[in-house]
Design a protein around this ligand. Sequence first.
Ligand code: AKG
Length: 203
Amino acid sequence: MMLDLFDGQDPNIIAPPVTLHPNFLTQRQQQLLLNEVSDYPLTKIEIEVFGKKHLIPRTQAWFGDDGCDCKYSKTLINPLPWPPMLAKLRQTLINRCQLNFNAVLVNHYKDGHDCMGWHSDDEPEIIAGSAIASITLGACRDFVVRHKASQQKVTYTPFSGDLIIMAPGMQQTWQHALPKRLSITQPRVNFTFRLITPDFYRR
Ligand SMILES: O=C(O)CCC(=O)C(=O)O
């Protein structure tokens, strides 16, 4: 089943190019992935904001095909090779959604103090106009999208095992964030699958 929150709504509301697919993963698939995540080399990297260095409020790891590097706050990150369950998840997405992905950012939020601020996934290495697939495991947190021009916001609440697809073009007109939710004590893991231009930073 696919949920479109905007069916039958006021036509003045801009519908975000987002679809939520509940129960995309079975309980068993979720457990196998969570077991694997406990072996990932998740790190808290340092970023520079307005000239000041900060540690990000979460841990993360970058996996992908060879040459699918990403840049995070001026730091070039080479992809780690695909672990077995993550490789299966990528293949499942490709088969079931007919979308292509060659890299994934894994974010681990230890509790509701960990978060991600407003941003778009519009880095130059990401193939313009490609979709982004986002899978949630663990705690249910608010995933908020904001239209860049109108500032209109919409909140999605993906549960463990749910899939969100951000459609091609969304990153150019919308931002997204995972705000702090201090009452949440459970961890959450998120996988955002992306399509990267191979060797973008190696030319
Ligand atoms: O954890 C989330 O749902 C958001 C992740 C995200 O925004 C990203 O990886 O760009």
